[in-house]
Design a protein around this ligand. Structure first.
Ligand code: BV8
Ligand code: ZN
Length: 253
């Protein structure tokens, strides 16, 4: 069902849920003024993420790739969680287990207070040397020249994110698959659902019998498996759902 309002069944399902899985993409952070990948805000209009977020592009032109990442790091450092992130953190007071599975690398779920967060595509605030693995924090990286060179072995330093053609962190991915299998209700928020294998997570939840709720201003390939697709912004819809759930739980109905 595709709707612009929040159907009653969403509350019925949430009320009786023990475990909620939440799969998020760049749309979750759009209201934190972090541009999405494929939307028309087109911070990436000049180049396609697939062309820059890959190891070969990095080795061919580390300056260009670092120009893109340092611009994004600055946007992310200047951003803050939006009401959608805070609503998900608040959900932990109402439901036994809330597990966030994010494709985002902006750390906003943790900064909003969510305590169980699996980052499938890494975290832009972390960096490491491709030769010796030495870790470097952003304040070191952003205060020096680009591309950053390892002070221990002179290797190239890269952002600790998963590039196209690279494997996802195995522990995070299998923990996410398990979370999807255990979910009573599974949210898909602000994602175009086209990047694999991350986008297989909502399918695993569906196959295991979860009630799938999608929130996105437009339909996506995941709308096909969603029980409910709510056409709207996550920063608006999520607080509405959490506030209504809070009053239902308070009334004890
Ligand atoms: C891999 C980190 C194995 C870097 C990113 C099938 C199986 C396996 C792999 C593949 C496959 N088919 C193709 C592949 C290859 C590839 C892939 O999926 N390509 C796509 C483009 C087809 N996958 C890979 O390469 C993955 N690795 O497969 O390893 C392997 C290993 C070796 C050899 C072969 C295989 C690695 C993929 C990870 C890439 N890294 N990010 C960085 O960020 O710089 S992906 C990037 O896309 C981000 O993580 C982003 O989150 C992710 C997905 O995009 P979305 O989050 O969905 O964002 P998008 O802009 O697309 O959509 C935003 C949505 O929000 C929209 O729907 C919009 O309507 C909505 N929205 C807007 N505003 C709001 C909103 N919603 C709610 N509220 C709002 N306010
Ligand atoms: Zn090194």
């Amino acid at each position: 069902m595709i709707t612009e309002t929040i159907p009653q069944i969403v509350y019925e399902k949430l009320k009786s849920s023990r475990t909620i899985g939440v799969f998020t993409g760049a749309g979750m952070s759009a209201e934190s003024n972090i541009p999405t990948f494929r939307g028309n805000e087109g911070l990436w209009k000049k180049f396609k993420p697939e062309e820059l977020a890959n190891f070969d592009a990095f080795m061919r032109n580390p300056e260009l790739v670092w120009e893109w990442y340092s611009a994004r790091k600055k946007i992310i450092h200047g951003s803050k969680p939006n009401p959608g992130h805070f609503a998900l953190a608040e959900l932990e007071q109402l439901i036994d287990e809330v597990i966030i599975i994010t494709q985002n690398i902006d750390n906003l779920h943790r900064r909003a207070g969510s305590t169980t967060v699996y980052e499938l595509h890494g975290n832009i605030e972390r960096n490491y040397c491709i030769k010796c693995g030495e870790h470097y924090s952003d304040d070191v990286i952003l205060s020096g020249s680009l591309p950053p060179i390892c002070t221990k072995c002179n290797g190239l330093v890269r952002p600790d994110v998963v590039w196209f053609g690279e494997y996802l962190p195995q522990d995070e991915f299998s923990a996410s698959e398990n979370a999807a299998r255990m979910s009573d209700v599974f949210f898909s928020l602000g994602t175009s659902g086209i990047v694999y294998p991350a986008a297989s997570i909502p399918h695993i939840a569906k196959y295991a019998g979860a009630f799938i709720v999608e929130i996105n201003p437009e339909t996506t390939p995941l709308s096909e498996i969603a029980d409910i697709t709510i056409l709207g912004k996550s920063g608006i819809i999520l607080p509405e759902i959490i506030n209504e759930l809070k009053s239902i739980k308070n009334e004890g109905t």
